[in-house]
Design a protein around this ligand. Sequence first.
Ligand code: TEU
Length: 542
Amino acid sequence: MPETGERELPWWRNAAIYQIYPRSFADGDGDGVGDLAGLRARLPYLAELGVDAIWINPWYASPQADAGYDVADYRAIDPLFGTLADAEELIRQAHGLGIRVVIDIVPNHTSDQNPWFQAALAAGPGSPERARFWFRPGRGTDGEDPPTEWQGFFGGPTWTRVTEPDGRPGEWYLHLFAPEQPDFNWEHDDVRAEFESVLRFWFDRGADGFRIDSAALLVKDADLPVSDPEEHAFTDREEVHEVYRAWRRVAESYGGGLVLIGEVWLPDAARMARYLRPDEMHTVFNFPYLECAWEAERLRGVIDDTLRFHREAGAPATWVLSNHDVDRVVSRYGREDTSFAIYARQHGRPVDLARGTRRARAAALLTQALPGAVYVYQGEELGLWEVEDIPDELRQDPMWERKGRNPADPGRDGCRVPLPWSGSEPPFGFSPSGGSGVPWLPQPEAWKEYTVEAQAADAGSMLALYRQALRLRRELGDGGFQWLEGTPQGVLAFRRGEGFACVVNLSAEAVALPLTGTVLLASDELHGQSVLPADTAVWLRV
Ligand code: TEU
């Protein structure tokens, strides 16, 4: 990729980054699971959509206990997706189309099949091999109780007891997620050195940056307080910042343009900002924005907070409506309660898809008009909904079992259903015709009207809206941001740079546009040139 010129804005400060969940994007070999050949063939679609970069969820060799977030080999591509040569070719082709490539790195934990963990199991208690992980004796007379009572993010305990090489029940190891995902000990020099080497491995192959998984969790309290309702023993400990400072130095040793993006779920701005110090990460995901209800005052509060702490940190904000862990946006906004909580889904509640879609269209224009970088999760641009009726026996997310098969909170499969590309029946062009596999999760029949092919031919489609918005957004650059005050209740309006304004009506009534100008783009039809219907957004040249 061309180096970012000195006076030019670094690309990641205002990029549109498209998130690819590789197993659900496009299947090249016909086995029903997306892969790198499928993704390569669809790169022109992404270029036409108008994105600056892609972020690819984990593609590494993995037993797939948590869809690739259990990495067995950080330097190999899983055969499910292709080969290392495929990955290199993908990066080359993306760069040829002007698209940067950000890859996922999973440092908090590994796979139980990782050779280091296998060696630790074999070597037994007290061995140097075990020191790279969190092995501890249990409590109770025979060590039958786990070292702490911490609860894992997928439900259930965070410790699993091992059988020692002599065949007896022995130590326990820590896993904040599934038992197949043992946590690394980040106090250990080997772990730190290994990850710096992995970063170099991928930078050497042309990667433009990393999305850092579970970024605030790496360092744990070695005292292991038995109970920890507030998660302070393993969330956001100060020592974690040393790791990212070292990573930043690795990135900078390659010159400019590389980016570290943190997946940091923290409730308060001050703690988030610490990850954005100039020698740490470049950006973090904005989850408070994603979780916020479709309500003007609350959204305004989140936007103000976001802009303030990023200004103070000297980092660009990011704006995220969805990803591979959360319910699809048209479903969220179609429910009575439009807020979202990652560990308390609302499946089974009524969803008004027409209203949710209308709001998602307005939200797309709001999101893309805000200053900073924007993320688009694959299928968001097609207006796909959360698939809530996946048959239980087909569910794959470990959350489903670990959270006790709760139909209201069944995990994340519903936002991971393979994309519909073309045609009128499944697999909707996701897999090549004549392939032997069926899509790894079933696609709703109704998606025949939501394929890329159908939407490309429809000027009123979600896809058409995203294409136009992403194109127009490029002209906004880094221009300033000012709220327009005195707007009616439920209306958010702001100006950006010279002569651009965005107005969003989140109220239940149509309102008169609070300023005049030429309509550049509207999320739905306006009533004449000056009335903005409910749940509608408009971009204006003023
Ligand atoms: O998700 C992390 C995650 O689930 C957060 O909600 C976590 O609870 C938070 O960091 C706590 O502060 C990531 C991936 O996006 C997800 O797909 C993986 O399953 C998970 O990590 C484990 O790798």
